[in-house]
Design a protein around this ligand. Structure first.
Ligand code: ADP
Ligand code: MG
Length: 371
């Protein structure tokens, strides 16, 4: 067990690291963070700041020297760094799940091998592959880079053959997967945690609304049947065991119009769609993550009150700050980021209410997200 008073090293200095650090500090831990940019969101609340590139082994060594346990807040960590830390420091999450989730091709294969369905897809590495995959999957379909995509970046939707040139452009420098386009009913996600002792717990299912491929809102409880809620959690718990997860795994899913669940993608860390847990659950996803990697028993995950989480992007900051006098039932979380760039995730608000409809009504009244 890693005890309070000891130091948790976090790879990555973004908002997820910051919220992990805040949870850990409440529990009495010290924080060291490795991040290429100084004064990062996480470094602002950390005790030790290591400023190096993620692939600088020297930096990883400095982090290891300062820490009793190491975790990560972002999944595109250089494989070599992760491997070095796994062998030379205490990285209870290991590097295997990182390797799997860094590549959509490997990730989908692993999900299928665990007996869980994804939307039909084909790996695509060449023009020939693209044509045969499109023949098989039909239109519309979506070509996604295997590595490094986020917030819809690195994706081309194919509505017909006229979209091939754009797809080939994406394919030129990237291995890809082509996926069948699913006219889904809803997008759901489940955050699941597994501790170093093998104990697992899933948070309530979130219903996620994306705008321009960026998460806009998470609505909890999701407007789905009890049966779907249970099935979604079961899938997440199954994957946690199948992958010998340690720490946190976010499982994004599609609910089809026929009521079937397909896993879209995984993130081996706390996730934007789990931010609602900070104010609305007995335990937050961040505290749960710290519990898991430090060897504590997991906390309870019950939802205490209906909640809607809404993201604050760069373009929403000004109106947010001008609306604070209306925040009696809003919990504001800002990440301490400098420049409020368009579409940059700057913070979020959790709105708790008697029903999610009331929370959504309140959000509408605020008129912050009107662009
Ligand atoms: P990332 O979040 O890494 O950018 P995703 O695979 O989650 O990539 O895709 C972003 C969003 O695009 C999804 O949340 C969903 O709204 C939409 N999308 C992705 N794949 C499909 C698909 N096969 N069918 C329908 N919508 C999709
Ligand atoms: Mg996604």
């Amino acid at each position: 067990m890693i005890l309070p008073g000891q130091t948790i090293g976090i790879l990555g200095g973004g908002q997820l690291g910051r919220m992990m650090a805040i949870a850990a500090k409440e529990m009495g831990y010290n924080i060291a963070v490795l991040e290429p940019n100084e004064n990062s969101s996480c470094a602002q609340v950390a005790d030790v700041e290591v400023i190096t590139a993620y692939d600088d082994l020297n930096g990883a060594k400095q982090l290891a020297d300062a820490s009793h346990v190491i975790t990560y807040e972002f999944e595109n960590i250089n494989g070599q760094t992760a491997k070095w830390l796994e062998e030379n420091a205490y990285l209870p999450q290991g590097s295997q799940l990182l390797t799997i989730t860094q590549d959509r091709k490997i990730e989908k294969k692993a999900i299928n091998e665990a007996g869980i369905e994804t939307v039909p897809y084909k790996a695509v590495a060449s023009k020939t592959d693209l044509h045969s995959a499109a023949d098989e999957l039909g239109f519309p379909s979506v070509l996604k880079t295997a590595r490094g995509g986020y917030d819809g970046k690195g994706q081309v939707v194919l509505r017909g053959e006229s979209d091939f040139p754009e797809a080939l452009q994406l394919l030129k420098n990237n291995e890809c997967v082509l996926e069948k386009w699913l006219a889904f009913e809803k997008e759901l996600s489940v955050i699941v945690t597994r501790s170093v002792t093998g104990e697992t717990a899933a948070f309530p299912v979130a219903e996620n609304i994306h705008v321009n491929n960026i998460l806009h809102q998470s609505i909890v409880p999701a407007k789905i049947s009890k049966d779907i809620e249970e099935k979604a959690k079961k899938i997440a718990l199954h994957l946690a065991d199948a992958f010998h997860l340690v720490g946190t795994l976010a499982v994004e899913m599609f609910l089809s119009t026929e009521g079937e669940l397909f896993v879209n993608e995984l993130a081996p860390r706390p996730h934007n769609s789990g931010h609602y847990t900070i104010d609305a659950c007995e335990t937050s996803q961040f505290q749960q993550h710290i519990r898991a990697v430090c060897g504590w028993p997991l906390g309870r995950t019950e939802l205490l009150k209906p909640v809607v989480m809404v993201n604050i992007l760069g373009q929403h900051v000004e109106k947010t700050l001008a609306s604070i006098d209306k925040f009696n039932d809003c919990k504001l979380h800002l990440y301490g980021k400098g420049e409020a760039k368009h579409n940059r995730k700057m913070g979020h608000i959790n709105v708790l209410a008697e029903t999610v409809e009331q929370a959504l009504e309140k959000i509408k009244e605020l008129q912050i997200w009107t662009d």
